[in-house]
Design a protein around this ligand. Structure first.
Ligand code: CA
Ligand code: CA
Ligand code: CA
Ligand code: CA
Length: 235
């Protein structure tokens, strides 16, 4: 009987060890799965900080590495900055995935978006520009890309700058992640990927120089005068 009791006691101790080990392992995996987040740096009132449901991307899928550009770092919270360079200037500069061409109201614009995804898998891009410069990306036409599938590395994309876009500086947000619909809103959490915010400048539609208008008009007036003069002489 003494031996059986001792055996039961030993089994009970072993079972407790197994339970404690499993619970600890699950807790450790959970902690490692989502302990760091990349945040944006557009200025207030754009949704950048936790309190504004700022855009953020976890590293819960460590090793899956869906990045804009080839750099990614993490912050404790958003880094709002008047020129959207708060994240550029904190730790390493990981705002390296987007290069804009000229933005002119009423014209097609080009942007080069460089992405990294593991094993050349497809990731999904969403982007916004605050065309009316009212401090949000919620107005019609301000989402310039919606779940655009991209593969590494360089992607040249085009979008329309509305004719009525407010000229001057405004702000853009780009988000890239592993799943369609995962980061298709300009705020809130996505389990992986990256957010990059940029200050951009929208220029006026170019007005032709005076000489390019004046010369053809002068030529037409000259021809009209010549033909009228000849007609009067014939009469
Ligand atoms: Ca970052
Ligand atoms: Ca980056
Ligand atoms: Ca807006
Ligand atoms: Ca930035």
């Amino acid at each position: 009987m003494g031996k059986i009791k001792k055996l039961r006691y030993t089994n009970m101790i072993l079972s407790m060890f197994v339970v404690v080990f499993v619970v600890s392992a699950v807790a450790m995996i959970g902690t490692a799965a989502a302990c760091h987040y990349d945040w944006g740096d557009a200025p207030d009132p754009y949704p950048t900080l936790t309190g504004n449901n700022g855009a953020n991307h976890g590293d819960g899928n460590y090793g899956r590495g869906y990045y804009l550009g080839d750099k990614w770092d993490h912050e404790d919270d958003g880094q709002p900055d008047s020129e959207a360079t708060g994240d550029d200037n904190s730790s390493n500069d990981d705002e390296d995935g987007v290069i804009f061409g000229p933005l002119t109201a009423g014209n097609l614009a080009t942007v080069q978006v460089t992405v990294i995804a593991p094993l050349s898998k497809t990731g999904y891009l969403n982007a916004w520009i605050d065309f009316n410069a009212d401090g949000d990306w919620a107005d019609s036409g301000e989402q310039i890309f919606t779940d655009v599938p991209l593969t590494p590395e360089h992607n040249e994309l085009t979008f329309d700058v509305p004719q009525g876009a407010t000229t001057g500086t405004t702000f853009a947000r780009f988000r890239f992640c592993s799943g369609s619909g995962m980061c298709s809103f300009y705020e809130g959490n996505a389990p992986d990927g990256e957010v990059e915010d940029y200050m951009v400048n929208i220029e006026n539609t170019e007005i032709p120089e005076f000489s390019t208008i004046a010369l053809p008009v002068a030529a037409i007036l000259g021809l009209m005068f010549f033909f009228n003069h000849r007609k009067r002489r014939r009469d």
